[in-house]
Design a protein around this ligand. Structure first.
Ligand code: SF4
Length: 387
């Protein structure tokens, strides 16, 4: 096995079995703490600078059992899975849980952890979601300072500004390298399969950024560019907080499509925005939060001059996508609220699209396959016919 293939295997192992990676990290760093954070806006740089391992808690594919008693069935699969992790002791890997967000269902899952594990610190730092208000910048800065104080209290150590600046550089370096791969895919390179890309991003959400970057650099050095073939070019949109099932990504390509771009959480949404290293570290954090919604709009935020549908149309034009597949976790309210706008913008632009509702409990893959085949067939009709 080449060094690049071995490095990719290591990233894949972390993405698919994060618990073992966290345990291994703990055995090497017995005096340090592990913080579970929930998507989408907690700046892990703060925890990294405090010597804490900050893991974005993934949904772990286990069926929801005891967690059923704590959140209604109409909460999204990710939040019900989080409740189940807390109810069955699978949260024990984390010394605390931090949330910096505003999705009501995520708040519900954090409340379940708080209720079930009263000794485990749970901190909610509610970042302002109304991004156009004149006080948005000030409120964001205030909340970043609060998050810093909470992280320092949890870690039992003050964060040094120079160390925070170094953490920002590390995360930026890792995001930059991932963004290069995604941008190459947008430009026509298919060297990485969608499942490989998902494993790369999912492992980045768990690992130390320098360790992740070093492995990813080996993967990239070992992989030659590959030109896109004539399959139907598809953009994947949705899944704001957790990874879609890998078999779903595979089936999209099996039916004759090639995924050319996405706005998924385990994709471009995670890596699209870097922090400005020329700013003072706390200013960089605050600007990053505001910039994320401009670089890739999020339906949990409100900003008058930014629209997810406009971003999606631009992305489709950049990548040459011929169709869009919306992957919507069942009961994801933010996605459901914005979906009509996405749909009408794509309809007006004549872009074929398909909505697939996904469920934590399993997906009817063969039924999805049939619907995807119909989309591909329909999209083929949009192509010019050559005599
Ligand atoms: S944004 Fe959607 S997927 Fe994420 S926690 Fe909220 S409801 Fe669930």
């Amino acid at each position: 096995m080449s060094s690049g293939a071995a490095a990719l295997e290591a990233l894949r192992a972390v993405a698919r079995d994060p618990r073992s990676h966290i345990e291994a990290w703990r055995s090497i760093h017995p005096d340090r703490k592990v913080l579970g954070v929930l998507p989408m806006n907690f700046p892990r740089e703060l925890a990294h600078a405090a010597g804490v391992m900050a893991v974005i808690v993934p949904d772990d594919q286990e069926p929801v059992t005891e967690g059923r008693a704590f959140l209604p069935e109409f909460y999204c699969g990710y939040t019900r899975n989080l409740a189940d992790q807390a109810a069955t002791g699978r949260f024990d890997q984390y010394d605390a849980l931090f949330v910096a967000d505003h999705c009501i269902q995520l708040l519900g899952s954090a409340d379940v952890v708080r209720a079930l594990e009263p000794t485990r610190p749970v901190f909610l730092g509610q970042l302002i979601s109304s991004m156009s208000d004149p006080w948005a910048g000030r409120k964001t800065t205030e909340m970043m300072v609060t998050l810093r104080t909470e992280v320092e209290t949890f870690a039992g150590a003050a964060i040094d500004d120079d160390v925070l600046a170094a953490s920002i550089r590390s995360f930026n370096r890792d995001r930059d390298l991932m963004r290069q791969i995604f941008d190459a895919r947008t430009a026509g390179d298919t060297a990485f399969s969608p499942v490989e890309l998902q494993d790369i991003v999912a492992s980045a959400q768990i690992m130390d950024p320098d360790e992740h970057h070093d492995l990813l650099a080996q993967v990239v050095a070992d992989r030659a560019p590959r030109t896109r073939d004539g399959r139907i070019r598809v953009h994947l949109s949705g899944h704001l907080c957790h990874a879609p099932r890998r078999e779903l990504l595979e089936v999209i390509e099996e039916v004759g499509a090639v995924i050319v771009d996405d706005d998924l959480w385990t994709g471009r949404r995670y890596l699209q925005t870097g922090m400005d290293e020329s700013l003072a570290p706390m200013d960089a954090l605050a600007q990053w939060y505001g910039g994320r919604n401009t670089a890739l709009p999020c339906p949990t935020r409100v900003q008058h001059d930014v629209d997810w549908d406009a971003w999606l149309l631009d992305a489709v034009r950049r990548s040459g996508a011929e169709a869009v597949v919306h992957l919507m976790p069942k009961f994801c309210e933010p996605h459901m609220l914005y979906y009509p706008e996405l749909r009408s913008a794509l309809d007006e632009a004549g872009v074929p699209q398909l909505l697939i509702e996904t469920e934590h409990e399993g997906i009817p893959l063969e039924s999805f396959r049939t619907r995807l085949e119909a989309l591909i067939e329909r999209t083929h009709r949009n192509r010019p016919a050559y005599a």
